[in-house]
Ligand binder design. Structure first.
Ligand code: GDD
Ligand code: MN
Length: 353
């Protein structure tokens, strides 16, 4: 009996994501919402920074080089650094002809608090969050802004392309991007990226700014905008890249997973338009419940410890030779560790590892 239950759980653990992926592939065939050839909106770009002196200069050049009319954009740097990030930004902004306002924080208060402080200075129709340790692809900003000509679109983020990484990681990223784009075509995606996260300013105001109690402030805001009936999309023509930390990679992955889980646990209680329900409920299941289904199955197999149970476990381990399966399993492990950490700790979620 224990063995049968374990097998049923394992089947469930793999069947749900496979079925969801097949569904998303169908959504991918849908058309994008229409965009008009309207005037580009004015945009306020908020860059929160904590000790980013090494990268901020390149980031300013990257933003200035987007080909967006400079008179339609202003950049707001909200800085709590002690390494001269703000001075470096100011120097480069002047050289690039970019309008830059600098808000110096007296102490470090976390990314979301910094964003809310920056939001008070924002005047653009659209507010874009731009992490410092990232880059936008060619025309990412003008492309992102053109989607806002459709009044149903409330938020736009980017397809993330890794700057480095092995082939397993690349295939994982590809899969992840397919999910984001497919969900966007159906209605909205509940996962946004701080590297480029654009929101209609009036919607942000209605929400009272960014949530300070959840790590994934960008994803949570995108999800709340979907709850308001607007579309939060990640289209293929808006790309970004992030600098992946070389040291402490696992810790970083766990922290990211913690943030996403916090987002889904909070988001699951909201009311959603019917087109978004299959997306948000499945993603909740995949991030919060599915890893535990697998863990329960492993515990049951160990309890049973019969020949068949052990053979199944051995097969599960041997399959790790196959890259995609291995990266799936590692991701499940990150999610499990993240859940436990979320339960255990009220750690300051913005702590840089
Ligand atoms: N002013 C200020 N104060 N800025 C901060 C603080 C702070 O306390 N903490 C972080 N920042 C800045 C960083 O300098 C960087 O520009 C940006 O906020 C993102 O911080 P990271 O430390 O690089 O975050 P991450 O890479 O782990 O996570 C990012 O990506 C996630 C997934 O896309 C963040 O953007 C998350 O919000 C996002 O969910
Ligand atoms: Mn980062």
């Amino acid at each position: 009996m224990i063995l049968e239950v374990a097998i049923a759980l394992i089947t469930l653990h793999f069947a749900v994501p496979i079925a969801y992926y097949a569904t998303v592939i169908k959504w991918m065939k849908r058309p994008w919402p229409d965009v008009a050839n309207a005037d580009l909106p004015s945009v306020s770009i908020i860059i929160p920074t904590f000790n980013e002196a090494d990268v901020i200069g390149k980031r300013i050049i990257n933003i200035a080089g987007q080909g967006y009319p400079l008179d339609k954009m202003n950049v707001i740097l909200v800085d709590s650094s002690s390494d001269g990030t703000a001075d470096e930004a100011e120097r480069q902004a002047r050289a690039s002809g970019l309008r830059l306002s600098i808000l110096r924080e007296e102490e470090r208060r976390g990314k979301a608090e910094a964003l809310n402080a920056g939001l008070k200075l924002a005047t653009g129709d659209v507010v874009v969050i731009a992490d410092a340790d990232a880059f936008w692809g060619a025309n990412a900003l003008p492309n992102a802004m053109s989607w806002f000509s459709n009044p149903k679109i409330g938020a736009v983020s980017c397809v993330k392309t890794p700057l480095s990484g092995n082939s397993t990681e690349l295939s994982y990223r590809n899969l992840y991007n397919v999910l984001r784009v497919g969900e966007s075509k159906k209605f909205a995606t509940p996962i946004f990226h701080g590297e480029l996260a654009a929101f209609r300013r009036d919607l942000l105001m209605k929400l009272g700014g960014f949530p300070t109690d959840i790590g994934a402030d960008d994803s949570h805001t995108a999800t709340r905008i979907a709850a308001m009936g607007f579309r939060s999309i990640i289209p293929e023509n808006v790309t970004c890249a992030e600098l992946v930390p070389t040291a402490g990679f696992s810790k970083w992955k766990v922290r990211r997973a913690q943030h996403l889980i916090q987002n889904f646990i909070k988001a699951i209680r909201l009311e959603y338009p019917s087109d978004f329900k299959p997306i948000i409920y499945t993603e909740f299941y995949l991030h919060v419940i599915n890893p535990w289904i697998l863990a329960a199955a492993v515990v049951l197999l160990l309890m049973n410890h019969g020949v068949q149970a052990m053979a199944l476990l051995a097969a599960g381990l041997a399959a790790a030779a196959w890259g995609p399966y291995r990266s799936w399993m590692v991701q499940q492990l990150y999610l499990l560790v993240a859940s436990v950490r979320n339960l255990r700790s009220k750690e300051l979620m913005w702590d840089k590892q």
